[in-house]
Design a protein around this ligand. Structure first.
Ligand code: URA
Length: 253
């Protein structure tokens, strides 16, 4: 009978701990061989899983079907430690889509994007340029929380990127705001630093993409440094507001 990999890993960890606590120091060669086979199976499954993600998604024609798929995803290790998948939420016919890096603790607990401290600041940043949170769609590059809020690894970003790309196609926003370098690099497919990416628009097919500081980064500093970063973020937001107002006027309905 097939079992999800995360369950096998949990059972295996418990079993190994039990062996160690019972004074067992060495593993029998047959057990070691089984572990190697398991490791190979996990790797094969992971590669196959990633291929399936990108191959099948062009057939997914609604956001709710995509969400149902993402909620079952086991394409990377983050699925073993998440509580909830954070697919994203907001206006499903948005002029503007906002993309962060990865869910944090509150997002993982609630299944909703940007509801912690960063979310509060994001809501204020949007309000400062006359945009209500309900008007936009908010998501992140990676849909599951990395343990201890670490930066998502390259393989985790790669495994999750097809979902984000399909979300962008289905939502069809005119504008995208990436929060932080990880989001900017993933969306634009480049390696440039945040300071190179911010302060201007990038063209992604028919869409305009701006990149600015992640609210969590702005919150990390106090005093002059925070003021300096907030001034730069304010510049990016004003640039976005001009374009948003133009696109909003053109948008039917
Ligand atoms: N940071 C992100 O990038 N995404 C969230 O959903 C929350 C915090």
């Amino acid at each position: 009978m097939e079992k999800p990999i995360h369950q096998v890993l949990e059972e295996l960890t418990l079993w190994l701990k039990f062996q160690k606590d019972s004074g067992v120091d060495l593993i029998h060669p047959e057990v070691a061989q089984s572990l190697e086979r398991l490791d190979m199976a996990v790797k094969r499954r992971k590669n196959a899983g990633q291929r399936t993600v990108s191959a099948d998604l062009s057939m997914v024609n609604s956001l709710s079907s995509l969400q149902a798929i993402v909620e079952q995803c086991r394409a990377c290790g983050l699925s073993a430690t998440r509580n909830k998948v954070v697919f994203g939420e907001g206006n499903t016919n948005p002029v503007l889509m906002i993309i962060g890096e990865a869910p944090g603790r509150e997002e993982d607990r609630t299944g909703r994007p940007f509801v912690g401290k960063s979310g509060e600041l994001l809501t204020k940043m949007l309000r400062a340029i006359n945009i209500d949170r309900q008007e936009v769609f908010i998501t992140s590059v990676v849909k599951c929380r990395p343990p201890s809020n670490r930066t998502p690894h390259k393989d985790e970003i790669e495994a999750c990127l097809p979902y984000l790309q399909r979300q962008i196609s289905l939502l069809d926003p005119k504008l995208i705001l990436c929060l932080g370098g990880v989001a900017g690099q993933a969306v634009l497919g480049v390696n440039s630093s945040l300071s190179d990416l911010r302060g201007k628009f990038h063209q992604l097919h028919e869409r305009k993409v701006a990149v600015t500081y992640h609210p969590a980064y702005l919150l990390r500093f106090g005093g002059n440094k925070q003021q300096h970063l907030k001034r730069k973020a304010w510049h990016d937001l004003q640039m976005l507001q001009k374009e948003y107002d133009k696109s909003r006027q053109k948008r039917p309905g």
